[in-house]
Design a protein around this ligand. Structure first.
Ligand SMILES: Nc1ncnc2c1ncn2[C@@H]1O[C@H](COP(=O)(O)OP(=O)(O)OP(=O)(O)O)[C@@H](O)[C@H]1O
Ligand SMILES: [Mg+2]
Length: 357
């Protein structure tokens, strides 16, 4: 391998996965993943536990080999390349720093392995320490750092290598809420600065929405939906995606669509959909407003007070339902609250597919 900095590929570092499959014994974990990201995009991968997110990331890193399909970074087919030839850096949930090395040596380690000249290493370490605010910590050992500082060093180690592709597997899940927000903003800033393609796995809704250029929702080893994050949120392609994004989750009510109206149990309200017949109405917590003349009646069971908002959990027409109310509206369990839907998602009751207007 050539010494010295990795040169940027002239064709950019777009990412393209075609029909990637992976099986462990009898279990098929990835069932034909097609995924595309443009050069420099930040792709966020979400999905329930066990759906194959880490397996997919490990296939990208070269830690697993797919049984089928291809993985391309730019023009390169990397499907069967060993990790060290892929020019990919991965950051895990656990920081995995070398405890006996200082921050400076931890940052330099990957470059030393690649026989990068000492002067280049010094320059890169200084640069990365500057980006991540680690200058004052360079001579400390990992045990002398806070969790957030350690995670910053782990990211710095990946950045110092200037890879073609960054992979992050829940890198912030060990941090407390405040630090998570702080480091998340740092990652966003770094991505703007570096413009390197990134694939980022998270369980955190807010992290997913705030970081993603492109959001990919994985379920049971298949991609349920991918696209610009806001599009996936606003127009979930399936009931699963609707229920997965947003917290508390979207509520679902069985309904009957007629000319210009939707009927749920005893309640009927206007609809602009051209659909006729049975359907499932999906309402996010903020898709309803309190209105004394509203068609839906929420029988309140549990009230969560957040300060700026109130989550009223209960039942509408016999089905579980959550509504987000204003912070000043705090009903008591047992109360009835009249609601008016302001934005309605419709799904096919059989397939769960979105019904488009
Ligand atoms: N080396 C392996 N051998 C056998 N089964 C495995 C192996 N690695 C993963 N699996 C299985 O593959 C499935 C997907 O695992 P994976 O770690 O990709 O899920 P995940 O989406 O990252 O979940 P989580 O959100 O909990 O991290 C799981 O059922 C897991 O038990
Ligand atoms: Mg995982």
């Amino acid at each position: 391998m050539l010494a010295g900095p990795v040169t940027t590929k002239p064709d950019g570092n777009a990412l393209a996965l075609a029909d990637v499959r992976k099986q462990f014994g009898e279990t098929t974990v990835l069932k034909g993943i097609d995924l595309a990201a443009e050069d420099g995009e930040l792709v966020v991968l979400v999905g329930p536990s066990g759906c194959g997110k880490s397996t997919l990331l490990r296939c990208l890193a070269g830690l697993e080999t797919p049984d089928h399909g291809t993985i391309r970074i730019g023009e390169r087919d990397v499907t069967r390349l060993p990790p060290k030839e892929r020019d990919v850096a991965m950051v895990f949930q656990s920081y995995a720093l070398y405890p006996h090395l200082t921050v400076r040596r931890n940052l330099a380690f990957g470059l030393e392995l690649r026989k990068t000249p000492a002067r280049t290493i010094d320059k890169r370490v200084t640069e990365v320490a500057g980006m991540l605010g680690l200058e004052a910590l360079l001579d400390r050992y990992p045990r002398e750092l806070s969790g957030g500082q350690r995670q910053r060093v782990a990211m710095g180690r990946a950045i110092a290598r200037r890879p073609s592709l960054f992979l992050f597997d829940e890198p912030l899940s060990n941090l407390d809420a405040a630090l998570r927000t702080e480091v998340r903003i740092e990652i966003k800033r770094l991505h703007h600065q570096l413009r390197t393609t990134m694939v980022y796995v998270t369980h955190d809704q807010e992290e997913a929405m705030t970081l993603a250029d492109r959001l990919v929702v994985l379920n049971g080893g298949v991609v349920e939906q991918q696209g610009p994050a806001i599009d996936v949120y606003r127009e979930p392609a399936t009931r699963f995606v609707g229920s997965f994004l947003g917290s508390p989750a979207m509520s679902f009510l069985p309904a009957e669509a007629k000319e210009g109206t939707l009927t749920v149990g005893d309640a009927t309200f206007d609809s602009e959909s051209a659909h006729r017949g049975p359907c499932t109405v999906g309402l996010r917590t903020h898709d309803v407003v309190v209105d004394p003349d509203g068609p839906l009646t929420l029988e309140v069971r549990v009230v969560e007070t957040l300060g700026h908002a109130t989550h009223a959990h209960g039942v509408v027409e016999g089905h579980p339902f959550v509504a987000r109310l204003h912070g000043d509206q705090r009903p008591a369990p047992g109360d009835e609250v009249r609601l008016r839907p302001v934005y309605v998602h419709l799904f096919d009751p059989e397939s769960g597919a979105r019904i488009r207007r």
